[in-house]
Design a protein around this ligand. Structure first.
Ligand SMILES: [Zn+2]
Length: 370
């Protein structure tokens, strides 16, 4: 998406999401809003899984960094969603905060035209309730932060966990709460507790695995297809398997490189001191740079020669964020209203004093697609 920003001739692309800049010139934002507006992307099976948890009465709360409303599209109800960086779901005047009607907003976004406050004497600019640079996180985030500690199981799905204070949410889970990460790589403190579970793969792949273990896979697949339609489901499934194929090939590539390295190191290089000494050790991955040239061509046919790259402009947005799920528990644990066991005086806003460091949902999180 930052590529698309280039044509707007901005000194700093992040300006588009900066409140002061927006107040001066909302046009770049509205030029982009059309591309970001809900309706362009479809939920993935991971979004559908969160909705399925809700159907089964197991979803305690969903915290998301996404602004794309795909969880809503999948069927997660408003009261179970905390959009930590806001979303396109609602909009209001940036001056007097008067809400602006959805249908008018859609019109303006379609035309790329900044809307103005409906309040007769105000005329301020209207902005979707996305958290911009220089803005505080939504009140709902701080109000609900303690709910992480109330749950029985925490799923962390598809996130780099790099933006505070959101990134600290998994650490709010007490030591008795198992945490399960569905992500391409380990993030945050996940993996440091002995009962953390790391499912390091594409989020959708991990979620399918879990659903299969639970005996929910068919039900989940049905639900998801009912939401996105068969055609979109096939498209996404093809992309997921292309992604897996690429990963498998990369893995095979690594193995080949390693075996080449071993073989090269087995060659008696004698005293010729033209390579790092690590090359002499069969156990190290050190000489990859040298051996890669040898190994690559064998793989290139498969990877570069026509295999679809997974991250294309039409790739679905991954579910990103955090799901807090209730597994059935003794009634005592969940009795009463949420937070009844936590006096409000105990509720300390997470990341208090960190707002100034807050970075809004970097459009770069959807970067691969633009
Ligand atoms: Zn106003």
């Amino acid at each position: 998406m930052y590529q698309n920003l280039a044509r707007l001739n901005l000194k700093n692309p992040e300006d588009v999401f900066t409140i002061d800049f927006f107040r001066d010139n909302p046009h770049p934002f509205y030029a982009l809003a059309k591309e970001l507006y809900p309706g362009r992307y479809h939920p993935t099976i991971s979004h559908a899984f969160i909705a399925l948890l809700h159907d089964k009465g197991l979803l305690h709360m969903l915290f998301t960094q996404n602004i794309d409303c795909l969880d809503r599209v999948a069927g997660v109800p408003n009261e179970k969603i905390v959009e930590a960086h806001g979303s396109f779901h609602t909009q209001r005047c940036i001056e007097c905060k008067t809400p602006f009607p959805d249908d008018l907003m859609k019109d303006h976004v379609d035309r790329g035209e900044p809307p103005h406050c409906t309040h007769s004497t105000c005329g301020g600019l209207v902005k979707p309730d996305i958290t911009f640079f220089g803005e505080k996180l939504p009140e709902a985030f701080f109000r609900n932060v303690e709910r992480v500690a109330e749950t029985d199981l925490l799923f962390i799905m598809g996130t780099s966990l790099q933006v505070a204070p959101f990134s600290m949410l998994p650490d709010r889970a007490g030591s008795a709460i198992p945490r399960v990460l569905f992500n391409m790589e380990r993030v945050g403190s996940l993996g440091r507790r002995s009962d953390d579970v790391l499912e390091l793969d594409a989020c959708d792949v991990g979620i399918r695995k879990l659903a299969a273990e639970l005996g929910w896979l068919e039900e989940l697949e049905r639900k998801w297809r009912a939401i996105v339609g068969d055609e979109e489901a096939e498209k996404q499934a093809a992309r997921t398997s292309a992604m897996q194929l690429t990963e498998d090939l990369e893995e095979a590539d690594d193995e080949l490189v390693e075996s080449m390295a071993t073989r090269i190191s087995a060659i008696d290089l004698d005293e010729t001191d033209w390579r790092p000494s690590s090359l002499h050790s069969p156990a190290v991955n050190g000489p990859i740079a040298a051996s890669e040239e040898v190994a690559r061509p064998a793989i290139a046919d498969g990877v570069d020669g026509g295999q679809a790259a997974p991250a294309t402009s039409s790739a679905p947005r991954p579910a990103e964020g955090l799901v807090v799920a209730d597994v059935p528990v003794p009634a005592s644990r969940n009795a009463g209203s949420p937070g009844s066991s936590h006096g409000s005086s105990l509720v300390k806003p997470l990341g208090d004093g960190q707002d100034s460091n807050y970075e809004p949902p970097k459009p770069a999180t959807t970067n691969d697609q633009k």
